[in-house]
Design a protein around this ligand. Structure first.
Ligand SMILES: C[S@@+](CC[C@H](N)C(=O)[O-])C[C@H]1O[C@@H](n2cnc3c(N)ncnc32)[C@H](O)[C@@H]1O
Length: 220
């Protein structure tokens, strides 16, 4: 096969994600939306390192937060977690490996916080003085419905007009379920009285992002 016929899937997915982060930080910087970058599901550090590079490209001074078990996926806790690809214990990087990946990508340790542990501990019982208060971009890449639900409940008191929320696995489902991240998003934001999600960018076959809008600004 000629080399021009080879479709490099991982390179293509990298490009899609890079385009998303380029546009997201461009929009945040252009519109004067300050705050941190919070990532939920960090594994190989790919999206974390792209977020760092694109935030700095656009002179957005976000501090970065990495929330992950650093032990891989937890077991399914709900039928809406079930998916043929998401298997307990896979996608595991240790905290030490994650710090090494960040160093390799040139992310200074002073510019990010890594918060290890399952979300049932780190988010559901977050110590307020050790959690981000002002988030500009939340990137949700933890696959499972129950994990995403923990993330969205954590984000709820931190929502603000103009921030962006991205779901890396929005277009994932099974033969019997609207599952995973989209299902959690529908459960939390469907018909929400105050917050509405304006579609911002689809990236690749899998990801979808939204701008958070505050209905109270528009008046009832
Ligand atoms: C698809 S990987 C993340 C990929 C990463 N964004 C990258 O670019 O390399 C999913 C991650 O979500 C984490 N995760 C899923 N559910 C979790 C939970 N309830 N608590 C903590 N981490 C969780 C897993 O440990 C795994 O590292």
């Amino acid at each position: 096969m000629a080399s021009t016929d080879v479709f490099d899937q991982s390179l293509q997915e990298h490009v899609w994600r890079r385009q998303f982060f380029y546009n997201a930080f461009k929009a945040l910087a252009y519109n004067g939306i300050d705050g941190d970058y919070a990532e939920f599901g960090c594994w190989g550090g790919l999206t974390f390192s792209i977020a760092y590079a694109e935030s700095r490209r656009h002179r957005h001074r976000a501090t970065l937060w990495a929330y992950d078990s650093f032990q891989g996926l937890p077991p399914a806790a709900d039928e809406r977690d079930v998916h043929p690809i998401w298997v307990e214990g896979t996608l595991s990087t240790t905290l030490a490996q994650f710090h090494e990946l960040c160093a390799e990508k040139g992310i200074p340790s002073s510019e990010y916080h890594a918060v290890p542990g399952f979300y049932s501990q780190t988010l559901d019982r977050a110590a307020e003085d050790k959690a981000p208060r002002n988030i500009a971009l939340a990137y949700i890449d933890c696959d499972l419905y129950s994990s995403t639900l923990s993330v969205l409940r954590f984000l709820m008191p931190r929502l603000k007009h103009g921030m962006i929320i991205a779901f890396d696995d929005y277009f994932c489902w099974t033969a019997t379920q609207i599952s995973g991240e989209r299902r959690a998003m529908l459960d939390v934001f469907g018909n929400h009285e105050r917050w509405q999600l304006l579609p911002f960018m689809q990236f690749g076959w899998h990801g979808q992002s939204f701008v958070v809008e505050d209905r109270t600004i528009m008046g009832a």
